[in-house]
Design a protein around this ligand. Sequence first.
Ligand SMILES: *[C@@H]1O[C@H](CO)[C@@H](O)[C@H](O)[C@H]1NC(C)=O
Ligand SMILES: *[C@@H]1O[C@H](CO)[C@@H](O)[C@H](O)[C@H]1NC(C)=O
Ligand SMILES: *[C@@H]1O[C@H](CO)[C@@H](O)[C@H](O)[C@H]1NC(C)=O
Ligand SMILES: *[C@@H]1O[C@H](CO)[C@@H](O)[C@H](O)[C@H]1NC(C)=O
Ligand SMILES: *[C@@H]1O[C@H](CO)[C@@H](O)[C@H](O)[C@H]1NC(C)=O
Ligand SMILES: *[C@@H]1O[C@H](CO)[C@@H](O)[C@H](O)[C@H]1NC(C)=O
Ligand SMILES: *[C@@H]1O[C@H](CO)[C@@H](O)[C@H](O)[C@H]1NC(C)=O
Ligand SMILES: *[C@@H]1O[C@H](CO)[C@@H](O)[C@H](O)[C@H]1NC(C)=O
Ligand SMILES: *[C@@H]1O[C@H](CO)[C@@H](O)[C@H](O)[C@H]1NC(C)=O
Ligand SMILES: *[C@@H]1O[C@H](CO)[C@@H](O)[C@H](O)[C@H]1NC(C)=O
Ligand SMILES: *[C@@H]1O[C@H](CO)[C@@H](O)[C@H](O)[C@H]1NC(C)=O
Ligand SMILES: *[C@@H]1O[C@H](CO)[C@@H](O)[C@H](O)[C@H]1NC(C)=O
Length: 817
Amino acid sequence: MLLLLAFCWRLLAANALDEVTFDPLAYVDPLIGSSTGGNVFAGASLPYGMAKAVADTNSTSNQGGFAMDPEAFVTGFSGMHDSGTGGEPSLGNFALFPFTNCPNYGDINQCTFPKTSRAAYGGFSSSGVNAKPGTFGITLNSGIRAEMTVTHHVSLFKFVFPSEGVDQQPAQPLILQDLTDLADSRQDNGSVAVDPTTGRITGSARFRPSFGSGNFILHFCTDFRGAEILDSGVFVNSRASTDVKNITISRSINGYPLPGGAFVRFNSGAEPILARTATSFISIERACEHAETEIPGFGFEKVSEAATALWREKLSPIKVSPKGVAGAHLTNFYSGIYRTLINPQNYTGENPLWESSEPYFDSFYCIWDLFRSQLPFLTVTDPTAVAEMIRSLIDTYRHVGWLPDCRMSLCKGLTQGGSNADNVLADAYVKGIDGGINWEDGYAAVVKDAEVEPFDWSLEGRGGLDSWKALGYIPVQDFDYKGFGTMTRSISRTLEYAYNDFCISQMAKDMGSGGDAVKYVESSRNWENLYRDDQKSSWWNGTDTGFVGFFQPRFLNKTWGFQNPLNCSLYDNLSICSLQVNAQETFESSIWEYGFFVPHDQATLITLYGGPSAFVKRLDYLHDQQITYIGNEPAFLTVFQYHYAGRPALSAKRVHAYIPSYFSPTPDGLPGNDDSGAMGSFVAFSMMGLFPNPGQNVYLITPPYFESVNITHPLTSRTAKVINVNFDPTYEAIYIQSATLDGEPYTKNWLNHSFFTEGKELVLTLGRNESTWGTRVEDLPPSLGKYEGFNGTYKARGAPPKYKGEFRSLRENWGLF
Ligand SMILES: *[C@@H]1O[C@H](CO)[C@@H](O)[C@H](O)[C@H]1NC(C)=O
Ligand SMILES: *[C@@H]1O[C@H](CO)[C@@H](O)[C@H](O)[C@H]1NC(C)=O
Ligand SMILES: *[C@@H]1O[C@H](CO)[C@@H](O)[C@H](O)[C@H]1NC(C)=O
Ligand SMILES: *[C@@H]1O[C@H](CO)[C@@H](O)[C@H](O)[C@H]1NC(C)=O
Ligand SMILES: *[C@@H]1O[C@H](CO)[C@@H](O)[C@H](O)[C@H]1NC(C)=O
Ligand SMILES: *[C@@H]1O[C@H](CO)[C@@H](O)[C@H](O)[C@H]1NC(C)=O
Ligand SMILES: *[C@@H]1O[C@H](CO)[C@@H](O)[C@H](O)[C@H]1NC(C)=O
Ligand SMILES: *[C@@H]1O[C@H](CO)[C@@H](O)[C@H](O)[C@H]1NC(C)=O
Ligand SMILES: *[C@@H]1O[C@H](CO)[C@@H](O)[C@H](O)[C@H]1NC(C)=O
Ligand SMILES: *[C@@H]1O[C@H](CO)[C@@H](O)[C@H](O)[C@H]1NC(C)=O
Ligand SMILES: *[C@@H]1O[C@H](CO)[C@@H](O)[C@H](O)[C@H]1NC(C)=O
Ligand SMILES: *[C@@H]1O[C@H](CO)[C@@H](O)[C@H](O)[C@H]1NC(C)=O
């Protein structure tokens, strides 16, 4: 009910607003995706901030700390988080927890210290939750109100206590700080100390990353303001003492970290008590320094206003016309953009692993998700940040030996498929991102992915390189004695490695030696080696889908294996499809869906699938039968791949089938995890009407959801504009009839990054019917192979290549080079 009212208000507001008063922050709802598995971080953060303050809950989907789930109870308030991730819950270190007083007239030992048991005091109702960019607030059923805001490394919590606690006694607040994290991953010898005079709590502990290997040490420093200190001490398990001021605690022997921490008690709860807590990967001293320099005065309003102002500044260059548009669309759009700016996190100056003057970013979680639209989105809106991220990736390669595919909390994360940082580097390279990136080193890093097999390719690089080079595909049941990793996903790894190589080839044109560019273009065609032209696909009940020709697993001896092309699709709840040792040959998606993952050579794929209309039919089947799931990243590009078959109108139609029906501005409004801001960027790009084919200098054009979209480039200050003529907010007129670019007729159904840097103007004239705009071969986006069979001239291409030797000669015969 409450939500509905808010919704109507926004609708009215949208109509009333004009450009001058338009405030993008009015349309950011950080709670979107905070329940039912969105795993979004809903708390207070700055763009790319390290401090992320929120109330942590004991929900089973508390990956981002807070979850607006009915069964969730608050277990603490902590200042380090990730956003939208799967895997184990991330960070959540060093939770604070407030009590108004301890029962039995202030008996310390009657307060409830351990995280699992104090959750009983962390009940809350969703109506008491407020989240805005830079601030978060929640009221506990105990009557305690907690507000929080942040600077880059420091969280500031304001606890407001009821006048009375238990036993009708006046408030005598106790605030504890726990050596815990969300995943209970603390390792040996956490330590904490409280200074009885100042009440400062400091400490350190070692933890494990949530989707990776190794461990990390985090330090903290907490100070209080607002009331006189009564006493202080430490707790171990459920018992506490004011006599002891510091402890070093073991993990304990039964796998669950022994609860332990410190507390400070105050004489009065009449005034709010502020807790300023900073973390550092360097040292306790550094944490205290951050706290003292970033929030010297404990001024809550000042800090939260600065945070709000920074968010407004970050979002203001992106302006859409609210005219006629439902408030829900504006909220989806701006909240999506907001979420692209939470992670990765800027840990520059906070990396203890190596000495460097380069920036250090963390929480690339994971690049398999981020390369598709999140990092490309930031390339449009925040190229300076993207340049720093890429410098950080390259610096990680310099010092760790490899580009990461996933990285969190200073640790190596797990690789899901290919070496997809290659795509990230290429995407920025072809779009002309500069920002002090050493592209020669960047090129060396991507070439290493392609050429050198790491010993542990679960964590970096690629596996099976000998087979890849000898056979031109990753065989199912490969023999690989040089490097080790989970020997599954042979199909999706082949497809991703092929695309990685295409991305490398684009950089090789400028930086490679001799034949590099040709060599990587050649291996980028390896996807064809797993295409089996006579493979059919039936549903599990035996009904034939009617389509022939699918990727299939292939053995070392070049004979075919078999995987049902529908396994790992949305409704397959039997197959094992992730990183398990017994998982399928496709990662988190079906052969059906991976059947479209040839981002660089749609023309050849279209030909293999029987020409453009057969391709469209297959793409329709993928979506209509819900084989694909928009809640997982491989689905993103498939929404727009109609462009390559000369049917841009169908991409427009398809995107409207997903947005808003799968995306609503509510806590449960996201399908699947947000995965950093991957889902957010999908929504933002889609609604903006320019979707990237990541790794290429290509944006596919569909009409924006708004009458106009203006994006001011932060470096050139030029404003790129997309204007819909005949804009129809009921979205019946979503088909482009004609277009102009800077006043000249424009028939291509795509454009490149110069649109943003040079601030061009794209005017789209819309209608209710599909037109011929953008449908001719010369209008289609670039593709490695030739577009064939348009104009009804399709001819079957004949048997596909069976193995590499034959493949090569066929390619030469066809003159594809
Ligand atoms: C969360 O805490 C509440 C209160 O103690 C408890 O009832 C609930 O079972 C806990 N939930 C989980 C998932 O542990
Ligand atoms: C933890 O502390 C104990 C006691 O000081 C010491 O014996 C042990 O080696 C320490 N363990 C680690 C991992 O530092
Ligand atoms: C811990 O407390 C003891 C006294 O109980 C003191 O001697 C020692 O210096 C303290 N250590 C730290 C790290 O504060
Ligand atoms: C974008 O710019 C155009 C041309 O200057 C203007 O007409 C339009 O109102 C602007 N739209 C927004 C949302 O600012
Ligand atoms: C990252 O942090 C460094 C050090 O504080 C700062 O100089 C840089 O501007 C930050 N980068 C971004 C994109 O915010
Ligand atoms: C088999 O399953 C497919 C997909 O769910 C469905 O479309 C088809 O009607 C089913 N066939 C029979 C005979 O039940
Ligand atoms: C090829 O290898 C597969 C898997 O080891 C095996 O089942 C098959 O019999 C082999 N075929 C030939 C022709 O060697
Ligand atoms: C798998 O899905 C089917 C059909 O959607 C459903 O009937 C069945 O209960 C599911 N099984 C499990 C284990 O979830
Ligand atoms: C894959 O599909 C087959 C049907 O072809 C089904 O029996 C099986 O449960 C699915 N999953 C696995 C892991 O094989
Ligand atoms: C981008 O497109 C413009 C035409 O709009 C063209 O002049 C330019 O060469 C293209 N840039 C690249 C890098 O392809
Ligand atoms: C648009 O298509 C509909 C049928 O879908 C047709 O009735 C109508 O005449 C078409 N309008 C135009 C302007 O072509
Ligand atoms: C049909 O072929 C002609 C001549 O080759 C070409 O100009 C035109 O663009 C083609 N049409 C389509 C829809 O591809």
